[in-house]
Design a binder for this molecule. Structure first.
Ligand SMILES: [Zn+2]
Length: 347
């Protein structure tokens, strides 16, 4: 019956550009597809197809493939032959496996929709989809996303709502063209600092996560819309900080001494540091005190600063102040902090 339907759909004969077999209860892809090398659009959504057959090998002109709402359980290697494909719809299947080889031939793909599947991981090779602009993997079981996703230099929209993500990679800072990011209802405890440097990001929705405070620089983002309801954000209320001084380790004292000398461009240390790559690496991990601006390495006080959101942000209803995570180098600086900075009680 599949073939009869295909024949009926092929009124245009061999030059057929579009085939639509939507909701026909097909259980497999029609074999006759292989004789349609000029096909541009293939719509097979709302069927019962469980496998992408090798027949698609010949469809090298295909621009749009819609296999939404079928019974596929993987993104198979065979997809790689669709070298002209721009849009791939695979939403509402039973996909648990994304074969890394599938990414080999999809260099023209700009839209990939994998919503409502069962993916837990994505292949690192997703980086090869170099023209991808829109990626949606809402309502899957993702436990992490590979850092390689951040090297999709054309990506402008990323939808990751309703997954199990507990963090986003620091490499997010490489997504220079990202305009919209949705990570609603995951398990994020923090956002990567790298996110704050994304100059093109306009919409950020992280509602329903486990975030208490935002990274330094967050308040300067050029967002237009920001949604964060349903997170246990710190509220502005005094936290009692322990009033005792740390005893700094010798390493910390030395590191602070060296770092301050380097900031002051001490010529002897500037030269000497080049001989100690290990020390240099260590110092590169230094953080800056939010009060005195000096560097420190391993010991700090974690605080939160409450900052009014940018007036241009369209924002979740009741958010008056955005909690920003700040680090302070010592109790001395803590006692000099501005009144919007609060200590975080360590439990
Ligand atoms: Zn300080």
């Amino acid at each position: 019956m599949t073939e009869k339907l295909l024949l009926r759909a092929l009124k245009g004969g061999k030059n057929t550009r579009i085939v639509t077999l939507n909701g026909k209860r097909l259980t497999k892809m029609p074999a006759g597809l292989r004789s349609l090398p000029g096909l541009k659009i293939l719509d097979l959504q709302n069927n019962l197809i469980s496998e992408i057959s090798v027949e698609i090998k010949n469809l090298t002109q295909l621009r749009t493939l819609n296999l939404g709402n079928n019974c596929l359980n993987e993104v198979p290697e065979a997809i790689k032959y669709l070298t002209s494909l721009k849009q791939l719809q695979l939403f509402e299947n039973n996909i648990q496996n994304f074969t890394s080889e599938a990414c080999d031939g999809l260099q023209n793909l700009n839209l990939l929709n994998l919503n409502n599947n069962k993916l837990t991981l994505l292949p690192e090779q997703i980086q090869r989809l170099s023209n991808l602009r829109y990626l949606s993997i809402t309502n899957n079981k993702l436990i992490r996303i590979p850092a390689e996703i951040c090297f999709l230099k054309n990506l402008s929209e990323l939808h990751l709502n309703y997954n199990q993500l507990s963090y986003l990679p620091e490499e997010m800072k490489c997504l220079k063209k990202l305009q919209k990011l949705f990570v609603v209802r995951n398990k994020l405890e923090a956002l990567p600092e790298g996110l704050c440097v994304l100059r093109n990001l306009r919409v950020l929705d992280i509602a329903g996560n486990l975030i208490q405070a935002f990274p330094q620089g967050f308040q300067k983002m050029k967002l237009k819309e920001f949604y964060c309801e349903g997170n246990p954000l710190f509220l502005r209320q005094p936290h009692k900080a322990l009033q005792e001084n740390y005893v700094f380790t010798l390493q910390e004292i030395t590191a602070r001494f060296i770092m301050n000398k380097l900031v002051a461009k001490n010529p002897f240390l500037m030269k000497a540091i080049e001989w100690y790559p290990l020390v240099k690496d260590k110092i590169a991990q230094a953080r800056k005190c939010a009060v005195c601006g000096k560097s420190f390495l391993t010991i700090w006080l974690e605080c939160v600063e409450f900052v009014p959101p940018d007036k241009n942000w369209k924002i979740s209803g009741n958010l008056k102040l955005v909690p920003i995570r700040v680090l302070i180098c010592s109790y001395m600086c803590f006692s000099l902090r501005n009144p919007d900075i609060f200590g975080i009680a360590q439990v």
